[in-house]
Design a protein around this ligand. Sequence first.
Ligand SMILES: Nc1ncnc2c1ncn2[C@@H]1O[C@H](COP(=O)(O)OP(=O)(O)OP(=O)(O)O)[C@@H](O)[C@H]1O
Ligand SMILES: [Mg+2]
Length: 226
Amino acid sequence: MLKVNGIYKAYGTQEVLKNACLEIGPEIKVLIGINGCGKSTLLKIIAGIIEPDKGSVLLKERDITHLPPEKRRVGYVPQHPALFGHKSIIDNIRYGMRNGHGSEELLEDLINMLGLEGILNKKPGELSGGYKSRVSLARALAPQPEMILLDEPLSDIDAAVKEKLLPEFRRVTKLMNVPVLYVTHDPAEAEQIGDSFSVMQDGQVKGIDSAQHAFKIIKEGKLISA
Ligand SMILES: Nc1ncnc2c1ncn2[C@@H]1O[C@H](COP(=O)(O)OP(=O)(O)OP(=O)(O)O)[C@@H](O)[C@H]1O
Ligand SMILES: [Mg+2]
């Protein structure tokens, strides 16, 4: 279980997160919100890339707020993931396992499930966008993380390819049986991948019953009642 308690974060005078709270069990929770509302900021705080001004992050009841990213066991696919251009695909995927986490069995499963067998010796520059996304996911999951953060992992992917990738992404992340936080702007993508849904507005996060409800809230500009 991942618990985010009362997170505040300002950049200069711009207050981006104001008492953001969130709880995620072993499920895929989709986070929806307009551009610039603070979604990536929240994911970076959970991943340990930036420090919150206030608040805490608990994973399995362990306070990880001040741990460095590599000690958090987090599988993070950033908004615009960069693969190492000079390394082969297999070396890119293995990179996450360099601290000794993960196993050969899991690596093999991920490669099979994501259909990467034929491209392991290629370089990232030789891959299509869909395959780069699959490799980014495999790299994040290979060290067997205890939570998974996906920041619009398919936003650069064509609709047709996305339709094929979404069930794969869902199946593979569900297999890990850990909390997953998935950011997207696409209502259909949100419905297809999510078990539960949250909307971010005015620096806060509120759980809601469906992705459609989130988009309605955003469209109407309704304020979240705390
Ligand atoms: N390092 C930074 N320094 C200053 N301002 C920042 C920094 N990172 C983000 N911001 C600002 O904080 C706000 C929230 O940014 P963030 O990237 O978290 O939003 P987002 O919800 O992920 O947006 P998008 O949907 O466009 O990805 C934005 O106004 C952004 O310009
Ligand atoms: Mg973002």
